[in-house]
Design a protein around this ligand. Sequence first.
Ligand SMILES: Nc1ncnc2c1ncn2[C@@H]1O[C@H](COP(=O)(O)OP(=O)(O)O)[C@@H](O)[C@H]1O
Ligand SMILES: [Mg+2]
Length: 369
Amino acid sequence: MTKTIESLHNSLHQTERPKAAARIATPERDESGSHAWNTLLTASTRELELRRRRVERSKGAPAETIASWRIGSFLGAGATAVVYEATHTKTGQRVALKILEGEHRERFEREIAAHQKLGVHDRVVGLLDYGTERLGGWRDVHWLAYELVSGGTLRDLLRSHGRVEPELAHAIVRNIAEGLEALHDHGLIHRDLKPENILLDEGGARLTDLGLIGSEQRIDMQSLTVAGAFVGTVAYASPEQIEGQKARRAADLWALGVIAFELLSGKSPFARGNPFATAVAVSKRQIALGVAPRSWRSLLERLLSTAPSDRGTAASAVLALDMLRAEVEKRGAGGTESELVIDGDLVLFVGGMMFLAMVGVLTVLAFAS
Ligand SMILES: Nc1ncnc2c1ncn2[C@@H]1O[C@H](COP(=O)(O)OP(=O)(O)O)[C@@H](O)[C@H]1O
Ligand SMILES: [Mg+2]
């Protein structure tokens, strides 16, 4: 961790923590998880670097300096913004500078309002500063300076690794669930939860991109035809959103379920070749939950319930994840969970065969006597 980031972290840690923070068990603090994070992040950072170079060739920053931020390398882009590493010209503070064109003023203001309402939280990337600037050639640009998160997005991790070990999936999903719990406790609904909006570093996973919080935006089938960018989003949209309803808290829980499934299986459960097919798969809930480890299935069933009211709350998801972990640990140190699942199946299979054999023997004996 560099000095500037360290000081950012220190200043964040001086702020009062919301109650959820006390229960956070990040892989960093967890002996077994820590190693896994580091190995994964190294590889995913490499992937990120390659992507950065590819995109950097096709995009240019709008200016060399915006407000007092000197623009550095390209970090990523979403539907509305481009994000660059940036350094403060006077203090040398390094941040991730998210830049939006003037027309996105509403989104910019919503994003600030959401951060102001939430305050500082361990599981949400902190907003440090923001402003609007007039640039030559561009109209106004809005900028948001965020804590710089060095390990790439969850999308980068999925691209470079596909499926991850259940223990790591557990740590990531729990981090996300805690972020959601904090948002929901403050009356905020993320509405755009997907791997591109989850950032990773050695401290675990954090949510970002709160720009749709408080918006009335609904997914409409017409926009699917014109905006290829929506393909990614539709794969995380809930059935009620696909039907055109407004996203409520339960929509965030559905997205959490989709992400958990994707981490465990290495495949997005609903993503198909085009947004329409994806939308159909979501609304018909075409998903093979059997692919996930057995201990996860009831939680996935719950999060991916068609009826929003059956999905529970973010707090209940955190609790279920803790119970799931305790259960797996209780089953012993004799192997990974997937092995244990196979063991369980084997026990059932062998037990069943023995029972059938006994019935057979008894039947033969009964006839013989
Ligand atoms: N704080 C950050 N640190 C590092 N990279 C970031 C940060 N914030 C965003 N990014 C990168 O920029 C991308 C787009 O940012 P995001 O806030 O999701 O913009 P949009 O609102 O356009 O979707 C992210 O997917 C990620 O790759
Ligand atoms: Mg985004």
